[in-house]
Design a protein around this ligand. Structure first.
Ligand SMILES: Nc1nc2c(ncn2[C@@H]2O[C@H](COP(=O)(O)OP(=O)(O)OP(=O)(O)O)[C@@H](O)[C@H]2O)c(=O)[nH]1
Ligand SMILES: [Mg+2]
Length: 330
């Protein structure tokens, strides 16, 4: 990665930015070097996560929000992250189809990411991509993720403001939120409000919410019809309210620290996994696998030996000494 590529990308060259995101997606030392250049110049964008069940209308809503912000002259990036798919090509196509007018707009940048290439590092890669888009001057960065598993929640937590998009008629609304979706929601959206059972969905969310009231910020519950741009202005206003709330309270700082910790953890996990992967591929371990296959050794024991023997240093580091004083900290 050249400094020139970073400069061009942050200067508004969209092809350079696309290449930068590919580098970040790939992980490893090139991604680390890129992020080092980009990170100090990020921190201005409002990063909004859109998550929820498959097909609830997240992409449609992201497009509607993008149009709304564009009408105000703001620059918008949409990052569609699919933790369930190893391929990013298909998702990108889908988003293109739904956002034809936006892909012609120089003020909008749409990108899909999948777990391909980022070995266990989707959250790390996403955080890097968000930083790059932010540094490139996209004032609104919308991050779409499907689902409610651990990876999805980890990705959603990259955002400052998390919107959980649900739809009427999911059946047991409680089921859908079990995995912690409700806990991470800053704004709740009942999309497809053109459906007859939209009122019931809103009521059940309200009931759930009153069972666990949040003292400082009660996530608003909004109805939208994304396909008709209905409720989008109200959603944008709620996002702005939440951003102001974060800025005016300790919560903003607390969350920034939690995000910092989360992104360090994600990067550390990806790095460790890459090291383990490299080590496990070494011919020296072949005998050990034979022994495991013959049930002479347990996978755990071989794993312990593998971890024990990990190369101490794989990635060029900026400042190793900075970690010295942190040892006692859990
Ligand atoms: N009736 C109705 N349909 C909608 C609305 N919003 C989105 N849809 C439709 O719902 C379908 C799914 O919308 P998407 O925006 O792709 O949903 P998504 O949540 O991004 O889907 P995944 O990314 O696959 O999880 C599309 O056919 C949309 O046209 C709405 O407000 N009302
Ligand atoms: Mg989508």
């Amino acid at each position: 990665v050249t400094d020139a590529l970073v400069e061009r990308a942050l200067d508004g060259d969209r092809r350079a930015l696309a290449r930068l995101l590919t580098v970040l997606e790939g992980g490893g030392a090139p991604a680390a070097a890129t992020l080092r250049a980009v990170y100090p110049r990020s921190g201005r964008a409002h990063v909004v996560g859109l998550t929820g069940p498959a097909g609830s209308g997240k992409s449609t809503l992201a497009a509607a929000l993008a149009r709304y912000y564009r009408a105000d002259g703001e620059r918008v990036a949409v990052l569609a992250v699919d933790p369930t798919s190893p391929y990013s090509g298909g998702a990108l196509l889908g988003d293109r189809v739904r956002m034809p007018e936006l892909t012609l707009d120089e003020g909008v940048f749409v990108r899909s990411m999948a777990s391909r290439g980022a070995l266990g590092g989707l959250a790390a890669a996403t955080a890097g991509a968000v930083a790059a888009l932010d540094a490139a001057g996209y004032g609104r960065v919308l991050v779409e993720t499907v689902g409610a598993g651990q990876d999805e929640v980890a990705v959603a937590r990259i955002a400052e403001t998390v919107v959980v998009v649900t739809v009427p008629g999911l059946g047991d609304e409680v089921q859908a939120f079990k995995a912690g979706l409700l806990e991470i929601a800053d704004v709740l959206v009942v999309n497809k409000a053109d459906r007859p059972d939209a009122g019931a969905a809103t009521s059940s969310l309200l009931a759930l919410q009153s069972a666990a009231p949040h003292p400082a910020w009660q996530p608003p519950i909004l109805a939208t019809i994304a396909v008709r741009d209905e409720g989008v202005a109200e959603l944008a206003a709620a996002l702005e309210d939440h951003r102001r709330y974060l800025a005016a309270s300790d919560e903003g700082h607390r969350r920034a620290l939690a995000r910092a910790r989360g992104s360090v953890l994600a990067a550390a996990s990806a790095e460790l996994l890459a090291r383990v992967d490299r080590a496990a591929a070494a011919p020296a371990w072949r005998d050990a696998y034979e022994q495991v296959a013959r049930r002479e050794r347990s996978p755990y024991d071989v794993a312990a030996a593998l971890v024990e023997g990990l190369e101490p240093e794989a990635v060029e580091r900026d400042d190793g000494a900075a970690l010295e004083g942190q040892r006692g900290d859990r």
